[in-house]
Design a protein around this ligand. Sequence first.
Ligand code: NOJ
Ligand code: CA
Length: 567
Amino acid sequence: MTTVQENTLNDTDTDTGVDTDTGDAAPARARAWWRSATIYQVYTRSFADSNGDGIGDLPGVRAKLPYLAALGVDALWFNPWYPSPMADAGYDIADYRDIEPAFGTLADADALIAQAHARGIRIIVDIVPNHCSDRHRWFLQAVDSEPGSRERSRFWFRPGRGEDGSQPPNDWRSIFGGPAWTRLTASDGTPGEWYLHLFAPEQPDLNWSSPDVRAEFEDVLRFWFDRGADGIRIDSAALVTKDPDLPDLSSNPDPHPYEDRDDVHEIYRAWRAVAESYGGDRALIGELWIPDAERFARYFRPDELHSAFNFPYLCSAWDAAQLRSVIEQTLAVHARVDAPATWVLSNHDVDRHVSRYGRSDTSFGLDRREHGRPVDVGLGTRRARAAAMLTFALPGAAYVYQGDELGLWEVENIPADLRQDPIWRRTGGSDPGRDGCRVPLPWSGAAPPFGFSPDGAPADPWLPQPPAWSGLTVEAEDGDLRSMLELYRAALRIRRQDPALGDGTLTWMPSGESVLDFLRDGRFRCVANLSPTDIALPPHEDVLLQSTDLAEGLLPPDATVWLRVAD
Ligand code: NOJ
Ligand code: CA
């Protein structure tokens, strides 16, 4: 196992297990790394393909570690990298203790972790506790076992309803469309029990009242912590436990039979104990879509998770009043439990924010992807620049989804026969799904595969890249001071160097409607102009960074500026 080397760039790094800590702790060092980190999300399949099969892989990521270090990120979160039939892009895990062969080997992961640590970059792995793959050994054993067996007790098997059991056990629907139940059929054609899957049929839900399940996952956590993982992203964290009576949703059961149930917290208390046994700087980060702020905060009680993704911020329209209300509520909720806020603009499940902010409705909902509506990419890009600077100035940790730093937009015209997302298939195409934000990154060159795969690669990238991305490659943006990439690099450099940024609090300054204006620590001021007119800058000593050229000292619409102000 490796530990993280002190990164000389990272003044606010607060790791407790750092090898070269000098011990001369500045105040900002008193708090843990995950409270301030900029976390870069690596969607391995689409990051960089080292061997030309059209699929990104871990050697590809290793080769790009210098790029990621120079970008200035503190940690990498990898979407599931385990062996998987890929019914849901790896969120259907067949073996939690190995690496998907298309991505590489366990030795590749070990080398990647060690090399990232040597550069001061931490590693977060994605664990999926709600369900596994229907190819996982446990599910294969369960299918081969009798109803009522220990093997079946690890999942949710039930007889069907109706005289011949031909109706599902209840009325739950899959989050990906269609029923949440699939019936087994024996090899001789005899129909059997049904099993629950809140997502695709290839993702059977695990039953967390089984002691086997609890012990297994605690062991999986140890497996990855032992290999050097610094954090765990917990998939679908609030869906994991179920009401054992499995009541129909149409009977309006209260509490909800599978969302945010009270008994889920016991699981994370046990996981926290595992994390703490590694010395206190391993982070647990929940994927929680919980609208109720009080319920959300319960997950960050001192013996539970460390943080979670801020989806209300991601879903907010590009509107100052809405954003301010989300920011205020986020900070208030997190302050009560002393958890760091996080700020997320995009991820592998949502439309890229350049496209969202270029539509007439700039808000987002998982159930309304708005594909096919006009997108003003220029406007979306301008707002994305302003949003990135706003995001990096807010108190807490920030996430960057790969390609955000290049200003990639949502690819809406992927041909039907190339689409892979089960959401698209299971909704008969009525929901376009998530392929459009998962298109392989453009690194260099004037045409696809844009350096994603090596020259002369035998296979095309697994999803087609738009030829128009030729201006958005790393090569094209590198050194162009007007590019998104250089904006991200500059912003992250300041974020690392300025102790005012990252963890802490903010002070709102009086501002016009449609303007977000706040101080961090008294001398760092962020002003985001979401109004349609230029605004005057407050008195300042220096302009640290701007998302758009200032117009004769005025801040134009859809622009953010960072200022150094007098005490
Ligand atoms: C949330 C993940 O982010 C998403 O990609 C996945 O499909 C579901 N959970 C199911 O695992
Ligand atoms: Ca590959």
